[in-house]
Design a protein around this ligand. Structure first.
Ligand SMILES: Nc1ncnc2c1ncn2[C@@H]1O[C@H](COP(=O)(O)OP(=O)(O)OP(=O)(O)O)[C@@H](O)[C@H]1O
Length: 285
């Protein structure tokens, strides 16, 4: 246990390089994440844990981002015993069991942070989580020096969801229609839209709670929908990582097999880069 604890430190430069090389088309998310993580890890005594909320269309790189963050902090990356992943529909499927989940989750967070202050918790499908459960984690995200002797301030919490994906797409589409460069999209452009689409959505428990009101979320991290050219980059990357030769015809064929929206313009990939792996498998193996 001691041995892995010693290997926990954040290699921001390596994370920067990984994001540059492996995460395509996400300049805003990359910028926000690097800024957030750098600030948090440079502070030896943070006042609260780092809480990041990742939003966007399916298959745009939210899980990949979590993986690359974990990889550059923990020697074993996502497989580290200090990194804990929860998927709402998998781990907390039944709303009638909320109070039981609540207790288990609090015990789990407390136990793991007691074992290692620099633990990382990833909650996927956050928009499907019941309100009661979110309330259960709230105290750990707040500005407390310690709770019953346990220091939660050095942990990281990542919340992933598709909430706001449509609003983010509206902004990207608007830029495209106006002939503006995607790379000029700023966090500010997206935040304004997001605040209407996500944070006021009474149906999704996450936003309904005082997480937002109390400023417990440090950063909103928007993921843009991916275009044909990004899908091609994903295919290229996948071919290389599997040891296949890079063949432009094959890349174009596979990218063309994916479906794109809006229906008439076909700009963004319906599933982002999600189906790429399966398509390559189908095509080549
Ligand atoms: N922006 C991207 N750059 C490179 N690869 C990507 C990108 N987005 C997705 N991928 C690849 O596509 C697959 C699915 O991505 P990922 O699981 O990160 O999407 P997600 O945004 O978490 O989706 P969901 O919301 O459905 O959970 C992964 O293999 C990932 O490597």
């Amino acid at each position: 246990l001691l041995q892995e604890t010693h290997t926990i430190h954040c290699q921001v430069n390596r994370l920067d390089r990984d994001l540059e090389e492996k995460l395509f088309g996400q300049h805003v998310a990359k910028h926000v994440i690097l800024k957030a993580i750098k600030g948090f890890w440079n502070n030896p005594n943070p006042k609260k844990p780092l809480t990041l909320s990742l939003h966007g269309w399916t298959g745009t790189g939210k899980n990949l981002m979590s993986k690359l963050i974990a990889k550059n902090i923990y020697a074993k990356g996502l497989d580290s015993k200090y990194v804990h992943q929860f998927v709402t529909t998998l781990h907390f499927p039944h709303s009638e069991h909320t109070s039981q989940y609540k207790e288990q989750l609090q015990k789990w967070i407390r136990g793991n942070i007691t074992a290692c202050e620099r633990s990382m918790f990833i909650f996927d499908e956050m928009d499907k989580m019941q309100m009661g459960l979110i309330d259960a984690i709230k105290p750990y995200l707040d500005y407390y020096d310690n709770i019953d002797g346990v220091v939660y301030r050095k942990a990281m919490f990542l919340f992933l969801s598709n909430a706001g994906g449509e609003k983010i797409t509206e902004v990207a589409l608007d830029y495209w229609h106006k002939g503006n460069k995607r790379e000029d999209i700023k966090l500010k452009d997206l935040e304004t839209k997001l605040s209407v689409g996500v944070f006021n959505n009474k149906k999704s428990g996450f936003w309904h709670t005082s997480l937002i009101d109390k400023n417990l979320i440090d950063y909103f991290v928007p993921f843009l929908p991916l275009e044909y050219k990004h899908v091609k980059l994903c295919i290229r990357e996948e071919l290389i990582s599997r040891g296949y030769p890079v063949d432009e015809d094959i890349i174009n064929d596979i990218a063309s097999e994916m479906t794109y929206f809006p229906k008439n313009e076909k700009i963004f990939s319906d599933k982002g880069c999600k189906a790429v792996e399966a398509k390559i498998y189908f095509y080549l193996e």
